[in-house]
Write a protein that binds this ligand. Structure first.
Ligand code: NAI
Ligand code: MG
Length: 372
């Protein structure tokens, strides 16, 4: 029996292109793994009414972790219209399979490294090495939302917060409410994950990106918990920065920062900003990590106009493989893979269109494999 069982979910569009690239590199690495294909994406929504069929969840439960490439998703009405005729009018609702994976497997850490590879013409600067830890299950994306505002909720808010007086004259029909829910444990585990990573990979600082001066209770809870956890890591400094200021600092002096940690929405925004500093979608990988399962993916979508053309940059997907190797404890192999990617980028002989070249997805994967 192989040492690892790894699910492969290519999904839609260029998801298949970049998963083929990953397979080339995995074959060269010769990891002692069994690869199990699993269905996800638009095709399964259309034909089965579920983009993440139960059999996929079952497969994932039998695996150590998964590689996921990309899916297509569309707004509610469009999604319903594309269902096969037999499934129409049954009230099926499209729900993001990625969000469901995060919830089903409690993948509370979203890990987004943004490292500038030397020689990448898309770099904002060449000395950037940021690692964003974004809380992946709570906060403003908890999904606890109301419109109109139910009367019981309104009464409770008015009873408990004098600030509600500001909305006294507004009808409940005209009020929308999205709840930003933080738990102490949720704050603790994402901050601890960030410190553990900084400790493991030798980063000197962890910067907490919140807004406690204004959002006192939620951001405040995160700051207080972060300070307690920081005390367990005497070699690593905790920096605290407001998210708005952080947006400026990341443009002005991104090289000053290393590990960043934030809640769901702020982390979402900051990680996209950080990704663009090092080349954008072709370079941005992420890990969705829980205590005993993880899904690794490039952050780009299915880019339908490039589907099947094998033109897009596979680097984000290959960096997702690197993150997976780290998580499996295959850190030497992960390091070699990152070094091989770095060499291909620095040599500049093989480049996809986004880097100004004309080479294909698989050319780039083969070049990386050749350096392994
Ligand atoms: P997208 O990320 O698919 O592509 C936007 C553009 O970025 C592409 O047209 C291309 O110019 C560039 N790009 C993306 N990946 C690239 C790569 N590896 N190399 C070079 N260039 C690359 O975003 P878009 O067009 O907004 O969405 C397309 C579909 O993907 C939609 O259905 C959307 O819902 C879905 N999506 C899925 C995501 C996921 O699976 N995690 C994330 C984002 C969007
Ligand atoms: Mg995002």
């Amino acid at each position: 029996m192989a040492k690892y069982r790894i699910a492969l979910m290519p999904g839609d569009g260029i998801g298949k292109d970049v998963m083929d690239a990953a397979q080339i590199v995995l074959d060269k690495i010769g990891l002692d793994a069994e690869y199990v294909p699993a269905d996800i994406g638009w095709e399964f929504w259309r034909t089965e009414g579920d983009p993440l069929p139960q059999r996929t969840i079952d497969t994932l439960k039998s695996c150590d972790c998964a590689l996921f490439a990309a899916i297509t998703s569309k707004p509610k009405e469009e999604a319903e219209a594309e269902l096969v005729p037999e499934l129409q009018g049954q009230g099926l609702v499209y729900r993001s399979p990625i969000v469901r994976l995060r919830q089903t497997f409690d993948l509370y850490t979203n890990l987004r490294p943004c490292k500038a590879f030397k020689g990448n013409p898309l770099n904002y600067r060449d000395d950037i090495d940021l690692v964003v830890f974004r809380e992946n299950t709570q906060g403003l994306y908890s999904g606890v939302e109301f419109h109109p505002l139910p009367e019981e909720v309104r009464t409770a808010l008015e009873t408990h917060s004098p600030r509600m007086a500001a909305f006294e004259s507004v009808s409940s029909d005209d009020i929308a409410l999205s709840c930003r829910i933080f738990t102490r444990q949720g704050c603790q585990r994402i901050v601890r994950a960030a410190f553990e990573y900084a400790h493991q990979f030798g980063y000197p600082t962890v910067t907490l990106v919140e807004k406690p001066n204004v959002i006192r209770e939620t951001s405040g809870l995160m700051v207080r918990e972060a300070r307690k956890i920081a005390a367990d890591y005497p070699g690593i400094e905790l920096w605290e920065t407001n998210v708005d200021a952080m947006a400026m600092w990341l443009v002005k002096n991104p090289q000053t920062y290393s590990v960043l940690v934030s809640s769901n929405m702020f982390g979402d925004i900051v990680s996209d900003l950080a990704a663009q500093l090092v080349g954008g979608l072709g370079f941005a990988a992420s890990g969705n990590i829980g205590d005993d399962f993880a899904v690794f993916e490039p952050t780009h979508g299915s880019a339908p106009k490039y589907a099947g053309l094998y033109k897009v940059n596979p680097t984000a997907m290959l960096l997702a493989v690197k993150l997976m190797l780290d998580w499996l404890g295959e850190t030497d192999t992960a390091q070699s893979l990152q070094a091989a990617i770095a060499r291909v980028i620095e040599e500049g002989k093989v480049r996809t269109y986004d880097m100004g070249g004309q080479d294909g997805t698989l050319d780039m994967a083969r070049a990386v494999a050749a350096h392994l």
